[in-house]
Write a protein that binds this ligand. Structure first.
Ligand code: UDX
Length: 474
């Protein structure tokens, strides 16, 4: 089929490249010249494992081309997929970009084409889209086109595999009176071995939102469970492992630590709370999910402070800056909040992340943060190390040698990624989250210092409740 993908950001580029593997002829329409020029030179303008190879193959076979021209890409498309951004860059929604895209694209579509929105949409904007699309067609005297949604469920760092082997494909119907749109989208996905669910658009959007809210809830639950484990002398890894044999529970997304970051989970939790509040609906569960998550960042700083008997003048090495491994994305990365708070409390903070551009951007985003180009440089003479992103190279370090590189012995593992036994054997005063440390429970966890955070006031109550539980153990 002839498909035009509008917007070659994260979602659009992965979709455009992935669609070519199912023998579709795809045109990527992008207005950002820098991005377009990079793609034309064969460069991938964002970091996503496996995407380089997919794009190379797609352009080599001639199945994917790029343009900034509506005229040369939209009128000939059988399916137009809109994948422009809807985040405002500071944790909220914006609809200007998608409105502008619809205004440029919809009038130029062929009468037998199908309009599909893949961008994640603010729920309150969904009902507006059909009216907007129909009006734009009427203004140029053209027939209406079916309007569908097709939410994506891809994760950064595994987006290519998630696109090519999805668990499910969700098609949302906004307006498709004779079913022509659904038939076309089913053809787009005909080679996919996954259920194709056709739902009203409101349900499709809520199915996407619901999945992300549930994942966020699982993580905050695991973090609260970790706090309980600390209070009652249990080990969260063993507890989650034992729970995971119950098929109703499963074991994924229950890893305790400094909590969730990224462009999706924190934003969708926060925006849902905000939209619900505006609609007069309470969302106490989501409020707690958000509070527990932000509290984990504070708890990390608090714990580090206690393990070091205060942060002023201490040199702290932070390992990892991105919100998770396998990406260079720093959006709402817990590491940034933690670095700011450590610096505010007087620590000398030196960070390393394997992604060079993440290091550069983090240094610009966090005043006073030093970044270095090797993990050894970060750890040299450090009083403490804090692991914030579980890049495999950190677990693979020879921690015995690291011990002689560092000045101090404190290692605080914000992702429960290191072996407590191995760390203790290497001579470290090690702590994670909800993990039982066999000997020498760190002197560190006594007392309850007052910590103020960049994450704001909601934290104080949760953090003090949580640190109270931790302190109860020591
Ligand atoms: C998420 C959803 O998983 C995906 O389906 C959706 O399409 C977009 O949002 P992504 O933001 O790429 O994907 O990251 P994800 O892998 O979900 O991780 C989010 C955050 O949760 C990361 O900061 C990660 O470190 C954290 N996390 C994840 C935990 O703290 N514990 C876990 O058990 C799992």
């Amino acid at each position: 089929m002839r498909i035009t993908v509008v917007g070659l950001g994260y979602v659009g580029l992965v979709s455009a490249a992935g669609l070519t593997t199912w023998n579709h002829d795809v045109v990527g329409l992008e207005v950002d010249r820098t991005r377009l020029d990079a793609l034309a030179r064969g460069e991938t303008p964002l970091f996503e494992p496996g995407l380089d190879g997919l794009l190379e193959e797609a352009t080599r076979t001639g199945r994917l081309r790029y343009t900034d021209s509506v005229e040369s890409s939209v009128p000939q498309a059988q399916v137009v997929i809109i994948a422009v951004g809807t985040h405002d860059g500071s944790g909220g929604w914006q609809t200007e970009t998608i409105r502008a895209a619809l205004q440029a694209i919809v009038p130029a579509m062929a009468p037998d084409a199908v309009l599909t929105i893949r961008s994640t949409l603010p729920p309150e904007f969904v009902p507006e889209i059909v009216g907007l699309a129909h009006r734009l067609r009427e203004e140029v005297g053209a027939e209406r086109v079916p309007v569908l949604t097709n939410p994506e469920f891809t994760r950064e760092s595994t987006a290519v595999a998630d696109f090519l082997q999805p668990d499910r494909v969700v098609i949302g119907i906004l307006d498709d009176p004779v079913g022509r749109g659904v038939r076309a989208l089913k053809r787009v996905y005909r080679l996919v071995d996954a259920p194709i669910l056709v739902l009203p658009a409101a349900d499709a959007g809520m199915a996407k939102l619901g999945a992300n809210l549930f994942l966020a809830t699982k993580i905050s639950f695991a973090n609260e469970l970790a706090t309980l484990c600390e209070a009652f002398g249990a080990d969260v890894d063993a507890v989650v492992h034992a729970m995971s044999f119950d098929p109703r529970i499963g074991g994924s997304f229950l890893r305790a630590g400094i909590g969730f970051g990224g462009s999706c989970l924190p934003n969708q939790v926060a925006m849902t709370i905000r939209s619900s509040r505006e609609a007069g609906l309470p969302t106490p569960l989501l409020g707690a999910v958000d509070g527990v998550n932000r509290g984990q960042r504070v708890r990390f700083v608090d714990r580090m402070s206690r393990m070091l008997d205060g942060l002023a003048g201490r040199r702290v090495a932070l390992l990892g800056l991105t919100f998770k491994p396998g990406t260079d994305d720093l959006r709402d990365a817990p590491a940034l909040t933690i670095a700011r708070d450590l610096i505010d409390l007087g620590a000398d903070v030196v960070a390393y992340d394997p992604m060079p551009n993440a290091r550069v951007r983090a240094a610009a985003l966090v005043p006073g943060l030093q970044v270095v180009a090797s993990v050894q440089a970060a750890l040299a003479d450090a009083d403490a190390a804090g692991l914030l992103t579980e890049w495999p190279e950190f677990a693979a370090l020879d921690w015995g040698s690291v011990r002689s590189l560092m000045r101090g012995t404190v290692v605080l593992d914000g992702r429960n990624a290191l072996s407590p036994d191995a760390m203790q054997a290497a001579g470290f005063d090690y702590a994670g989250f909800g993990r039982r440390i066999p000997a020498a429970e760190p002197r560190s966890l006594a007392g309850r210092p007052a910590i103020t955070s960049h994450d704001g006031d909601v934290l104080s109550e949760i953090a003090s409740a949580a640190t109270g539980a931790a302190a109860g153990k020591s």
